[in-house]
Design a protein around this ligand. Structure first.
Ligand code: FAD
Length: 306
C-alpha cells in the first residue's frame, strides 16, 4: 500500500511526487504518459528561473527530478476507477488495482480541437492553443482566434495588445462571451469579428501557417484569410471522465478542490489542469502539485493517530 499515490505524471504530478517522497513516505506515480502536455509543445519561456526551454526537454527534467527520489513510477498505465475507503483503491485499465492511504489526482486536461485539415500539421508552427504561452511569439503579426466564448474573447483581447491584427471567428450566430468582454472586444480597433463562420481548413506553406478558409454558414460562400497564426479556443476538457460519480466535479468536469487541494473525498487530493484552480499553466500546476502533496502529508499525520 502506498502512503501517497499520484495519478498523472505532468508538472502537477511530478511536483506532488517530489514533495511527497521528500517526506520519506511510500510514494508512487501512475501515468498514462509521463511528462503530460508539455511533451506536445516546443518553446516554454514562462517557467520562472528557466529563461527558455523546450517541452520534451522539460518533460525529461520532470522525470529526472522524480527519479532522484524513491518513487515507484508506473508509466503507460491508465487509471480507470477510484474507489474511496480507508484504503483508497485505484483500478487500472490493465486490470490491476493499486491501494493507497492518500491519492493525488493530477490527470490534466486536453484542448478541444477543431478537427480540420492543417490543424495537426501546423500545430506549434502557427497553430496554438494557449495565448499566455504563445502570444508573444506572434508579436506584430496577424492572427485568428477560433471560438467566441469567454476564453476565445479573452484571448482575442489579450492578443490584440501584442499582435497587429486579430480576427475572431465564431461558428454560431453570435458571440457567447460575457457582455463586458464583448464590449471590450468591440472597443478595440485592430479586431475583426466574424460570426456564423465555420473554419474549414488551416493553410500553410509546408513550414508555417499562412492562412485559413472558412464557410459563411448563412450564405454558404467560402472565404480565405491570410494569417501568421491561429489560436484555437473552443474549450479545455479535463481528463476526469473516469472520476464521474466518485467525487465532486463541476458541470465542466473539473475536480472541485479547496485551498489545500482536498477534494470531496477524504484523503483524495487533486492538482493542476484537472481541477477548479484557474489559469492552466505549468508553474501553477507545479505549485498546486506541491500544495496537494503537503495537504496529503498533513492528512496522513492526522489520520494515523486514531
Ligand atoms: P498534464 O500536463 O495534462 O499531465 C497530465 C498527466 O496525467 C499526464 O501524465 C497524462 O498522461 C496523465 N493522465 C491523464 N489521464 C490519466 C489516467 N486516466 N490515468 C493515468 N494517467 C492519466 N503552460 C505554460 O505554463 N507555458 C507554456 O509555454 C505552455 N505551452 C503549452 C503548449 C501546448 C501545446 C499545450 C497543450 C499546453 C501548454 N501549456 C503551457 C499548458 C501546460 O502544459 C499545462 O498547464 C500543464 O501541463 C498542466 O499540468 P498537469 O500536470 O496539470 O497536467
Amino acid at each position: 500500500e502506498f502512503d501517497v499515490l499520484v495519478v498523472g505524471g505532468g508538472p502537477a504530478g511530478a511536483a506532488a511526487a517530489v514533495y511527497a517522497a521528500r517526506k520519506g513516505i511510500r510514494t508512487g506515480v501512475v501515468a498514462e504518459r509521463f511528462g503530460g502536455q508539455v511533451l506536445d509543445t516546443m518553446a516554454i519561456e514562462n517557467y520562472i528561473s528557466v529563461l527558455e526551454t523546450e517541452g520534451p526537454k522539460f518533460g525529461v527534467a520532470l522525470e529526472q527530478h522524480v527519479k532522484a527520489y524513491e518513487v515507484d513510477i508506473m508509466n503507460l498505465q491508465r487509471a480507470s476507477k477510484l474507489v474511496p475507503g480507508k484504503s483508497i483503491q485505484i483500478e487500472l485499465a490493465n486490470g490491476a488495482t493499486l491501494k493507497a492511504k492518500s491519492v493525488i489526482l493530477s490527470t490534466g486536461a486536453r484542448w478541444r480541437e477543431i478537427n480540420v485539415p492543417g490543424e495537426h500539421e501546423y500545430r506549434n508552427r502557427g497553430v496554438a492553443y494557449c495565448p499566455h504561452c504563445d502570444g508573444p511569439l506572434f508579436k506584430g503579426k496577424q492572427v485568428a482566434v477560433i471560438g467566441g466564448g469567454n476564453s476565445g474573447v479573452e484571448a482575442a483581447i489579450d492578443l490584440a495588445g501584442i499582435v497587429s491584427h486579430v480576427t475572431l471567428i465564431e461558428f454560431g450566430d453570435a458571440l457567447r462571451a460575457d457582455d463586458i468582454l464583448q464590449r471590450k472586444l468591440r472597443s478595440l480597433t485592430n479586431v475583426a469579428i466574424l460570426t456564423s463562420a465555420q473554419t474549414t481548413e488551416v493553410h500553410g506553406d509546408g513550414k508555417r501557417v499562412t492562412g485559413l478558409s472558412y464557410k459563411n454558414r448563412k450564405d454558404g460562400t467560402t472565404h480565405q484569410i491570410e494569417l501568421d497564426g491561429v489560436f484555437v479556443q473552443i474549450g479545455l476538457v479535463p481528463n476526469t471522465e473516469w472520476l464521474k460519480g466518485a467525487l465532486d466535479l463541476t458541470a465542466h468536469g473539473e475536480i472541485i478542490v479547496d485551498a489545500r487541494g482536498q477534494t470531496s473525498v477524504p484523503g483524495v487530493f487533486a492538482a493542476g489542469d484537472a481541477t477548479t484552480t484557474p489559469y492552466k499553466q505549468i508553474i501553477i500546476a507545479a505549485g498546486e502539485g506541491a500544495k496537494a502533496a503537503l495537504g496529503a502529508f498533513d492528512y496522513l499525520i492526522r489520520s494515523s493517530v486514531s
